[in-house]
Design a protein around this ligand. Structure first.
Ligand SMILES: Cc1cc2nc3c(=O)[nH]c(=O)nc-3n(C[C@H](O)[C@H](O)[C@H](O)COP(=O)(O)O)c2cc1C
Length: 225
């Protein structure tokens, strides 16, 4: 069964160019935030952002994602404490465990990040994004899913863009390793946590590293054949 392609706005070419340029300008103001205020954010905004993520294209339309939206202080605290313990190992603060490679740590140097993650507790929302290896569109737990990471990556992009459009600050956070999030969120073994999207309002005086402002120009990220 087929149906007509959805109607899209009828615009002149210059109106389309203006729309594309406005969309770019709005998205270009997104910056990862690492200091959040504890001001609340209505659940409805998070619901719309997850709905937007759920419209993403996906391999065979299996929609291999699940978003666990957390606002409970107790759960956020548990995530913070567990993530900080992992991060202390990652950054080499915990001498009893293997740390990340020197190359990885020096790549993070310009961002000034460390093992302390207070935002995991202060931000009003943590959205843990899970990738489903299996399940299919009916989430039967056995049907193979395809292009899972690609599909979930696109969905997370739409989630971030919608939260940004709603005027919220976000951070893509990937504690390493992050398998512990599966248990905290009560998700099955067929799912893998890919990232936490932290959402809320930036704390007063929050800053961004200069490094984050360095975006590759169009000439370097595109070729025209
Ligand atoms: C997959 C992925 C994982 C990331 N993990 C972390 C993280 O664990 N901690 C963090 O502070 N930033 C993390 N970031 C944010 C990047 O550092 C940030 O996007 C980059 O420095 C560019 O800055 P911008 O987001 O402000 O443009 C991650 C981003 C992506 C896409």
């Amino acid at each position: 069964m087929e149906r007509p392609y959805p109607a899209l706005p009828i615009l002149t070419e210059s109106e389309r160019i203006a729309q594309a340029s406005h969309a770019f300008e709005r998205l270009a103001t997104r910056r990862s935030c690492r200091a959040f205020a504890d001001a609340p954010v209505p659940r409805e905004i998070i619901e719309y952002a997850i709905r937007a993520a759920g419209t993403a294209p996906s391999g065979a339309n299996h929609q291999p994602w699940h978003f666990a939206a957390i606002s409970s202080l107790e759960t956020k605290r548990t995530i913070r404490h567990t993530a900080e313990a992992e991060e202390r190992r990652f950054y080499g603060d915990d001498m009893t465990a293997a740390k990340a490679s020197d190359e990885w740590l020096s790549a993070l140097d310009p961002l000034g990040t460390d093992a302390s993650k207070p935002f995991l507790e202060t931000a009003p929302w943590l959205i843990v994004c899970f990738a489903q290896r299996k399940g299919g569109i009916d989430e039967d737990g056995t049907t193979q899913n395809y292009y899972v990471n690609e599909s979930v990556g696109i969905a997370c992009g739409l989630l971030l863009a919608t939260l940004h459009e709603a005027g919220l600050a976000t951070l893509t956070h990937t504690p390493s390793p992050m398998g512990f999030l599966r248990e905290i969120c009560g998700r099955p073994d067929t799912e893998k946590p890919l990232m936490i999207i932290v959402a809320g309002h930036a704390a007063k005086g929050a800053t961004v590293p200069d490094h984050a402002m360095r975006k590759k120009p169009l000439e370097r990220i595109a070729s025209w054949l």
